[in-house]
Write a protein that binds this ligand. Structure first.
Ligand code: GDP
Length: 423
């Protein structure tokens, strides 16, 4: 199968960047299909740490073409800045050669950020925990037929028409919310200028990818966030505003729904950033220890991540939903010294009913039922073969396979490229 899709299984931050980095060595195209610069992948390269937000992780391999697909919402000012930062870091980015942006992708402007932050403030206690970067409002405008597209940035007449529509409706809303209105000329000038910088990269990316697929090129699709943040299948309303599961990989790239190998990535435990239900969360000292051991602070926002035990109910659900044929389990090294190691295998509702499927409602009330396994004390970062893992670590992985119904083909035992066990 020439197309592989890597998706996060829970709420993001599973270490997809590292997985994509080593898979990209064998890919011709690396494609992002959703989210915006609220996502972030951290790569630990031989040359040091590299954090990516919008640019696909394949950019560190010079032979790959990196595509920002139509399903992504693009803040063009951020993108220009990210390209400049990556170039300063010594990466070669040649717009039109190894970086393409879909002309159909929607654009985030400052007004979206203002709207995002305003809405989050209004929600008060019911806040979602968005990054305030305008992602949600840009997707809402796309669905509301108000949006600006990347292709507009290099087509003055089209940009004028799009802005007229956008500003008419936005200003009515902004005035009602007591926010300052938008100026069409100012927006036009700013967007045209960034459009000029990005011009060589702006293409019909869907057509490029379909041609590549027909020609048998190896396409690697990288998910952002995770299946449980999917706007429809996730823990609504505490979700992102796009389709973060595999369904989004087709609509967000323009590739037809042909067979693809789906790899689900999850940590050896669970984390979540922002608000929303999290059945196996540890709101205690063990949770704090996991956060410190795993350095669980967001790569984009620095926000501390909530930490908890491995949740086989959630992983099973997301595995089915995403079509994952296998799991990559990351951060197994982090569990060193945690003993015992509980794995959630079912949930119990307040009225005593047992659930072994992940529910759409009542998730905040469920109590997980755990199977408890012995922990291990050894440092795993130098281990490269499954049979060299301590017995307890092997048993832990085998129990994950049993309880999720998915084979664990790859285990990551540290942030660096070579710290990986392939089975
Ligand atoms: P992504 O958005 O899914 O790519 O996840 P992030 O990049 O935000 O977070 C993953 C973090 O975990 C990064 O800092 C990685 O360097 C680090 N990481 C990845 N795999 C491992 C692993 O197996 N062990 C440890 N200790 N850290 C890892």
């Amino acid at each position: 199968m020439s197309t592989t899709c890597v998706v996060g299984i829970l709420w993001g931050d599973e270490g997809k960047g590292k997985v994509i980095d080593y898979l990209a060595a064998e890919a011709d195209y690396v494609v992002r299909f959703g989210g915006g610069h609220n996502a972030g992948h951290t790569l630990i390269l031989p040359s040091g740490k590299c954090v990516l937000h919008l640019v696909p992780s394949g950019i560190v391999h010079d032979h790959t073409v990196n595509v920002i697909g139509n399903g992504v919402v693009v803040d063009p000012v951020h993108l220009v800045g990210e390209i400049a930062r990556l170039r300063e870091r010594g990466l070669s980015i040649d717009a039109g050669r190894n970086l393409l942006v879909s002309e159909r992708a929607h654009v985030i402007v400052a007004a979206h950020r203002a709207q995002d932050q305003w809405a989050e403030q209004q929600r008060g206690k019911g806040r979602i925990g968005t990054t305030g970067r305008g992602i949600g409002p840009a997707y809402a405008d796309r669905a509301g037929r108000l949006g600006l597209r990347v292709g507009d940035l290099i087509r003055p007449a089209s940009l004028r028409t799009a802005l007229e529509r956008f500003i008419g409706e936005k200003n009515a809303w902004f005035h009602a919310a007591g926010l300052p209105g938008l100026d069409a000329n100012e927006l036009f000038d700013g967007l045209s200028a960034t459009g000029e910088t990005l011009r060589p990269a702006i293409v019909d990316a869907g057509a490029v990818l379909r041609d590549a697929h027909k020609a048998g090129k190896r396409i690697l699709i990288e998910g952002a966030q995770g299946c449980l943040l999917d706007v429809e299948h996730g823990t609504y309303p505490f979700v992102t505003s796009s389709h973060a599961s595999t369904g989004g990989a087709f609509s967000g790239t323009g590739l037809p729904p042909h067979g693809m190998r789906v790899i689900g990535v999850c940590k050896a435990y669970a984390t979540r950033v922002g608000e929303g239900p999290f059945p196996t969360e540890l709101k205690n000292e063990t949770g704090d220890r996991l956060r410190t051991a795993g350095n669980e602070f967001g790569s984009t926002t620095g926000r501390p991540r909530r930490c908890g035990w491995f949740d086989a109910v959630a992983v099973r659900y997301a595995g089915e939903l995403s079509g994952a044929a296998e799991l990559t389990v990351t951060n197994l090294d982090v569990l060193k010294g945690f003993d015992p190691l509980p794995i959630a295998v079912a949930y119990r509702l307040a009225d005593g009913r047992r659930l072994d499927r992940f529910p759409a409602f009542d998730l905040a009330e469920v109590q997980p039922e755990f199977e408890t396994l012995p922990g291990f004390q050894e440092d795993l970062r130098q281990v490269r073969r499954f049979q060299d893992l301590p017995v307890a670590a092997r048993r832990y992985i085998e129990t994950i396979e049993l309880r999720t119904g998915l084979p664990v083909r790859t285990i990551s035992v540290g942030p660096e490229r070579q710290q990986v066990i392939l089975r």
